[in-house]
Design a protein. Structure first.
Length: 286
């Protein structure tokens, strides 16, 4: 497997971009009213945002933040906890819920109907991303407690996504072309990957990072994620020219970007100085 932008020159470039990242984005905090914690996970091209929050009682619930600024709570029937992870251009939402029988993925359609997503014979399934065609990616846990990525195609067929020779892995994002990003564990550390439409895998390691996780990809091929490097956890954007930009919410302890749309709008979560989790929206050109 090839690595992108390796070597000392790349590290120098990353360091320079890190210093300019705050000037390139305007960051907006996203907090569901009354929530004690908010996470933003997905954004579509219209600017609709989905995620999860813990309400005043400590119950985990999903939300949709519409373009008019209104929040709508999403609860899958019978669910104890619901979390929304992705939304496509038509407004279909995917995520995860936990009920008395265990953990499941779900698809919430625009008519309000929900469909459970369970990879056959899996102990647990989580849906992370959905593209315009309705293809869904995520992770399932098998009977041996091993994580595997999966693709659920529009015809209802499941395909396991395992990076060759990896111990475990997840599929986190998919764009309209069918390119898939995620991460895998090689037995020592975590690496990000791109699975292209021709079936080829490319490993992505932020230069100098101890581990790299990819969380999203947009239709331009920009890849989003986070890495563990100097000073802790930071977000990154990998552009199509191979250049990296660090994504760090100002004054945050930890920044984890998770979703990106075609316009380059980024959503994710950050931990503030007091240790509280908030969602965020990063707008390019700030």
């Amino acid at each position: 497997m090839k690595q992108l932008l390796c070597g000392f020159a790349a590290w120098v470039l990353l360091a320079a971009l890190t210093g300019r990242a705050h000037a390139q984005y305007t960051f907006t905090t996203l907090d569901v009213p009354g929530a004690i914690e908010t996470d933003a996970y997905g954004i579509n091209d219209a600017g609709q945002i989905v995620g999860s929050y813990f309400d005043g009682s400590g119950t985990g619930r999903a939300f949709l933040l519409d373009t008019d600024g209104s929040y709508t709570t999403i609860d899958v029937p019978r669910a104890i906890i619901t979390s929304a992870s992705g939304i496509n251009p038509s407004g279909q939402i995917v995520g995860r819920y936990i009920d008395p029988d265990g953990g499941h993925g779900f698809l919430l359609d625009v008519d309000g109907s929900s469909t459970t997503i369970d990879v056959p014979d899996a102990d647990e399934t989580i849906a992370y991303g959905i593209n315009a065609s309705g293809q869904i990616v995520g992770v399932y846990i098998d009977a041996d407690a091993t994580d595997h990525g999966f693709l659920l195609d529009i015809d209802g067929t499941y395909t396991t996504i395992d990076v060759p020779d990896a111990a475990t892995g997840i599929a986190a994002g998919i764009n309209d072309a069918g390119q898939i990003v995620g991460s895998y564990f090689d037995g020592v550390t975590n690496h990000a990957f791109l699975l292209d439409v021709d079936g080829s895998y490319t490993t992505i390691d932020v230069p100098g990072a101890a581990e790299t996780i990819a969380t999203g990809i947009n239709n331009a091929g920009q890849i989003l994620g986070w890495y563990n490097g100097a000073g802790g956890l930071h977000g990154f954007l990998l552009d199509v020219d191979g250049s990296y930009t660090a994504i760090d919410v100002p004054d945050a302890r930890v920044t984890r970007p998770i979703g990106i749309n075609a316009s380059g709008l980024i959503v994710g979560r950050y931990t503030d100085a007091a240790g509280t989790l908030h969602g965020f929206l990063a707008t390019p050109g700030g």
